[in-house]
Design a protein around this ligand. Structure first.
Ligand SMILES: CC(C)(COP(=O)(O)OP(=O)(O)OC[C@H]1O[C@@H](n2cnc3c(N)ncnc32)[C@H](O)[C@@H]1OP(=O)(O)O)[C@@H](O)C(=O)NCCC(=O)NCCS
Length: 204
């Protein structure tokens, strides 16, 4: 029995684990990081802290099985992270840690991202101001949980009258790409790293 419910602060450690265990184009990224928190500091942590109302978790008896997290306003979120989220992490992970040790670990890349966050291109903001991340552990995949999480978030965004949502999906993550297509997203812009996809919420 899997329950989907709004985020509670005590979900954060479980969400960090899910982020890491799905963080290599949908596969387990544990072996890629010396610091198991780094990836989630970028892709999971700031969302429920900035706006807990747009984070939902799927939980079973073993704990957090998956989540969907979002911001309704990407521009405001990027300002918030600059003011409240990145400064502490920049002190914790100095730029000197952004050198690639050449052993395949990816911590250096995350440290680089923490110091040089990449703003979302302006042209996305008007129609698709929200953005999201969704991750479900393998034991919960393929059973309609992703669809339930997406429906829950889209309803919350609709209540706030957010017109659209965008996301990024890596080139190698064909399963997630197919999932987003099944959820009604279409490719807005192909990129070297993958695709930006988007969905108009008020039309759905
Ligand atoms: C992508 C993900 C969120 C999908 O969640 P899920 O619970 O497995 O998906 P669902 O069972 O709700 O599937 C919903 C629909 O998406 C499609 N779909 C989902 N996964 C798919 C896959 N791997 N290949 C093809 N289609 C897929 C199916 O068509 C399904 O349609 P149906 O309901 O008609 O059967 C989940 O697999 C996941 O977290 N993967 C690892 C992390 C990840 O890659 N996150 C995205 C990073 S960009």
């Amino acid at each position: 029995m899997v329950e989907i419910r709004p985020f509670q602060p005590y979900d954060l450690p479980g969400m960090y684990r899910v982020c890491l265990q799905t963080g290599d184009s949908g596969k387990d990224a544990t072996a890629l990081y010396r610091d198991p928190d780094l990836l989630a500091h970028i892709y999971a942590g700031p969302y429920p802290v900035a706006d807990p109302g747009l984070s939902f978790v799927a939980v079973d008896q073993q704990g957090v099985l998956g989540y969907i997290i979002a911001t309704a306003d990407t521009v405001a979120f990027e300002h918030w992270t600059e003011e409240h989220w990145w400064p502490g992490l920049r002190a914790r992970y100095p730029l000197s840690m952004a050198a690639d040790p050449g052993d395949g670990t990816q911590d250096w890349w995350c440290v680089e991202r923490i110091h040089h966050a990449r703003p979302t291109p302006d042209e996305l903001y008007d129609r698709f101001p929200a953005h999201l991340h969704i991750d479900v552990l393998p034991r919960g995949q393929g059973a309609g949980l992703g669809r339930r999480l997406m429906k829950t978030l889209l309803e919350a965004l609709r209540v706030r009258q957010v017109p659209g949502v965008h996301l990024g999906v890596g080139e190698g993550n064909t399963g997630a790409f197919a999932f987003y297509q099944a959820m009604g997203f279409s490719v807005l812009r192909p990129d070297t790293w993958g695709s930006t996809m988007a969905l108009s919420i008020l039309d759905v």
